[in-house]
Design a protein around this ligand. Structure first.
Ligand SMILES: *Cc1c(COP(=O)(O)O)cnc(C)c1O
Length: 486
């Protein structure tokens, strides 16, 4: 039986046998790394491999003499992780078209080209080419936004939260804003309407009850301190059953009778009529302006399908006052956003062009036949690449948006994989940690790859990630309930 001093002596011997970083740097393999990578990164990776092994010797985890090949393998894995950008492409197999965690709307080709072209060199961001004098950055998207929405004027800020805040700061600081209790929303990522009101210096006057708010409730709440009557689209939840909401047309009429401003926070803000396209209905910006809203605001990266932005449309004099507010400077958007936004919006001048070219719209509109055809193609590729695993094409119900959009159900098609030799949790982890990470969803203890958000160019990455995941081994998988196979 070994005694404590013996163990210590053994560990000391193992520590002494650890190669030094300078010795490791002499390996041919490491010299190759130095050809492509900064010396400081290589040294850091070697140091951390040595340090890690030292700790594992001291804890008793390693009892054999450390092998320099193991050390180099560790350092190489470390270098690979370190050399990868933190923010990078992932494959969205969740089926959630507007997933805030995955960057919401993928941009259309025209937006990407505009960014590359306009941002690789200089651009006329604040330069009026006709006069040769200083211009305004918000002028660029303005005429497109007004012609698409029918509004008199428009301006762009960083996101819709900033848009709401700018409206409150400009018109309701120290004054009251009337909002229906049923619309006091919290959107994922800590956007809570009452808190935005507080930050905007406005006093929130809640009216009605959670499920019913009548025009008379708003009317009774008007005082000489009231500045705004506001409707907020309850984007991520629904009040169902015995409900009553007051339309923006009625609210606008009431506001105007009392010389108040009617504001419509549309959330997603559809630029085209979704019901006409056979999609779940969504408030349309043009309809809100036509109904009399003085100001409406919406996100650039939800249903519009563009870059992150907050778009404010409405009456010329009101927009001018917002633009003159000193805080506007803190919410202004950069050239990348404006380049992408203008290119995206241009597609909306022609409905067919918009549907064809804007990825969010084509994903939302994809038919189940089309999704099933592509699912069979992916399932075939997977089955061929990974013998012994089974991939089924199943129908399922997906959602349009994550925290940022109505929980609207969409009939969809998935490739379902219940791994033979690995748990679902471990397989999901491997897929997430693949070279191109693949984010899927789990249902009934099976991994579901939703074709609605998978693009053809993603198939290769999905196959690669699943090859790696399938070769992992841990507890045997449990069986679950099956989705209907189609
Ligand atoms: C999403 C949403 C917001 C926040 O928009 P961001 O562009 O994410 O800042 C505000 N209001 C409503 C109703 C929304 O749906």
């Amino acid at each position: 039986m070994s005694t404590a001093p013996n163990i210590n002596r053994q560990r000391q011997a193992l520590l002494r046998s650890l190669p030094s970083v300078s010795a490791l740097l002499e390996h041919e393999e490491v010299r190759d790394w130095l050809n492509g990578l900064p010396r400081s990164s290589v040294v850091a990776a070697l140091q951390s491999a040595v340090q890690d092994t030292r700790e594992r010797i001291l804890s008793g985890e390693i009892t054999n003499e450390p092998d320099s090949h193991d050390l180099l393998a560790r350092a190489e894995a470390d270098l690979l992780v370190r050399s990868m950008p933190s923010l990078r492409r992932v494959v969205n197999a969740t089926g959630i078209v507007l997933h805030t965690g995955l960057g919401r709307a993928p941009l259309c080709d025209a937006a990407i080209e505009a960014i590359v072209e306009g941002a690789s060199g200089y651009c006329n961001l604040e330069w009026d080419l006709s006069t040769g004098a200083r211009g305004s950055r918000s002028a660029h998207a303005r005429s497109l936004i007004t012609s698409i929405t029918g509004a008199e004027a428009a301006t762009v800020v960083n996101n819709n939260a900033a848009a709401t805040l700018m409206i409150l700061r400009t018109f309701a600081a120290g004054k009251e804003v009337i909002v229906s209790r049923g619309q006091l929303i919290e959107i994922g990522g800590s956007f809570r309407l009452p808190e935005i009101f507080e930050a905007g210096g406005a006093i929130l006057r809640e009216v009605g009850t959670t499920n019913r708010t009548r025009l008379s409730d708003y009317e009774k709440a008007i005082t000489d301190r009231t500045a705004i009557i506001m409707r907020v689209h309850p984007s991520n939840y629904r009040v169902v059953g015995f409900t009553e909401e007051t339309s923006i047309a009625e609210l606008a009429e009431l506001a105007h009778q009392h010389n108040l401003i009617a504001v419509d926070d549309l959330g997603s803000g559809a630029l085209i009529d979704f019901a006409d396209l056979g999609l779940p209905d969504e408030p349309c910006v043009r309809a809100s302006i036509e109904a009399g809203a003085d100001l409406a605001c919406f996100s650039g990266d939800k249903l519009v399908g563009g870059p992150q932005a907050g778009i404010i449309v409405g009456k010329q004099d009101l927009i001018a006052r917002i633009e003159k507010h000193p805080l506007m400077r803190t919410y202004r958007v950069d050239k990348l956003t404006l380049l992408a936004l203008e290119a995206t919006l241009r597609h909306y001048l022609d409905l067919d062009e918009a549907i064809k070219n804007i990825p969010t719209l084509s994903m939302l509109r994809a038919s189940t036949d089309e999704l099933a055809r592509r699912a069979r193609e992916l399932a075939d590729q997977l089955a061929q690449a990974i013998p012994g695993e089974h991939f089924f094409v199943c129908s399922d119900v997906g959602f349009a948006g994550g925290g940022s959009l109505p929980a609207k159900e969409l009939q969809t098609v998935v490739v379902q994989w219940r791994p033979e030799h690995v748990s679902v949790a471990l397989a999901m982890k491997c897929m997430r940690e693949a070279e191109v990470p693949v984010i899927a969803r789990v249902r009934d203890d099976a991994i579901c790859l939703d074709l609605r958000t998978l693009r053809d160019g993603d198939f290769e990455a999905v196959v690669d990630a699943i090859i790696t995941a399938a070769s992992e081994a841990d507890d045997p998988p449990r069986s679950g309930i099956s989705l209907p196979i189609i």
